[in-house]
Design a protein around this ligand. Sequence first.
Ligand SMILES: Nc1ncnc2c1ncn2[C@@H]1O[C@H](COP(=O)(O)OP(=O)(O)OP(=O)(O)O)[C@@H](O)[C@H]1O
Length: 509
Amino acid sequence: ASCLQSEDRECAFTDHLQGAEPHSGTTNELRGVVRENGTIRCSHGSRCYGLWEKRPDGEMHLVKQGCWTHIGDQQECHGERCLVTATPSQIQNGSYRFCCCSRDLCNANFTEAPPTADTPALRREETALVALATIAIAAIIIMALFLGYRMMKGKQKHSLSALDVMEAANTESAVDLDNLKLLELIGRGRYGAVFRGCLNERCVAVKLFSSANRQNFTNECSIYCLPLLRHHDNISRFLTADERSTADGQPEFLILMEYYPHGCLSRYLSVHTVDWLTCCRMTHGVTRGLAFLHTELYRGDQYKPAVAHRDVTSRNVLVRADLSCVLADFGLSMRLTGNRPCRSGDDDTVAISEVGTVRYMAPEVLGGALNLRDCESALKQVDVYALGLLYWESFRRCSDLFPGEAAPEYQLAFQAELGNHPSFEEMQILVAREKHRPRFPEAWKKNNLALRSLKETMEDCWDQDAEARLTAQCAEERLSELTLWDRLKAGSLSVPPLWTCPRPQVSQH
Ligand SMILES: Nc1ncnc2c1ncn2[C@@H]1O[C@H](COP(=O)(O)OP(=O)(O)OP(=O)(O)O)[C@@H](O)[C@H]1O
């Protein structure tokens, strides 16, 4: 009780609005007990308040004083002095002065607060606004600086990487290109023209890129320069790279390669048929090159990341004089492991999925359903799909598979269905939607075990379900097993095909 008593408040009391003057005698007022001496004993927790009116003549007149019990904000009315702060809502008029405070008789007079102290709530909001605006401006400046920095770095990286690549390309073999002569144009691709050339009496192939295809050049060089790749038997032999100026002063880039006299596989097969063993060796060579490309390797202190080719076609396989084959054209290839692995959500997600030659695009690429969450496997599976089509093109030219008749004319995959220039949309409908694949010739319908195994291998490569496809390593094993089945010719093959490398089991979700 004494505690409550001590918190009672004595305030000056006036009520001119109701005509109440400071009283003589004790009056009960709602908020407290009015005393004779013009004060009021306020109930527990109250504060004192005062209300003055500024008359037109500028004079201040006391209107009301008493106990203040409408305390919403506990911060309000805490002062010892009666500071004119917020105006109570029922008298919002600039000609009134209202104040409240929490010391006995503190409302006898009021004190005008300086303008800034007038509206603490407003000040808080203003402060918050200013702080927010400052943060926003700072963030914009930081973003702009960061973007500028990245653009500069990007430019630097671009030119650096072309330089680095050429440096790396030339460290192993310092080839002097002063005596290089271009003799004839032997091919033209999407990104460059290929010439047969001569360098110090040696026949070479020279791939020329215009400055517009610099990125393609840089990429191809950087793949050729990967450790262990340069000397693989089934990867086209890279000699060097260089930059020079055209007659009109434009930069142009060149890659010097071994010259493969038979040109690309499609060209060779369009002119020649091949026997079983040769066909197996050719396709085995390509597959071996691709399996090597797909493999991540550590040898001593050398590291070769797994790489996806991304443009496996019979035009990107070159044929040596002994008819063995090498994989070529790495302008679109992509490292899958190491310090620049492919990632979903990367800057170039679209570039990851939609590249290659339309005719050889896998159904998931055509249908926009490439599984970028497992980019490494997905891109390898895309390569293997194209490999299956390449097998079909090659073995259709295998004379041993057409006994008693001529092997059919060379055809590119889907050429019979869509002609020489299939569009993306046509391929989408045929391959992704209708799940169509190249037809096997009538002659292959014979129940021959080697033929069955060969067809099974093609089908296991171009399966609609990417995950059910063979790996390149597995396809390589299958091809080397097929190579051994030379007895096919004699028709003595009676052992059922027991692949050492079966097709992957896919879990049914
Ligand atoms: N080292 C080489 N030796 C002999 N011929 C080559 C050599 N490199 C390329 N060619 C020939 O030049 C052609 C063009 O090759 P290039 O790699 O520029 O383009 P592409 O593979 O035909 O098409 P794209 O680049 O659009 O895939 C090849 O198809 C091949 O016939």
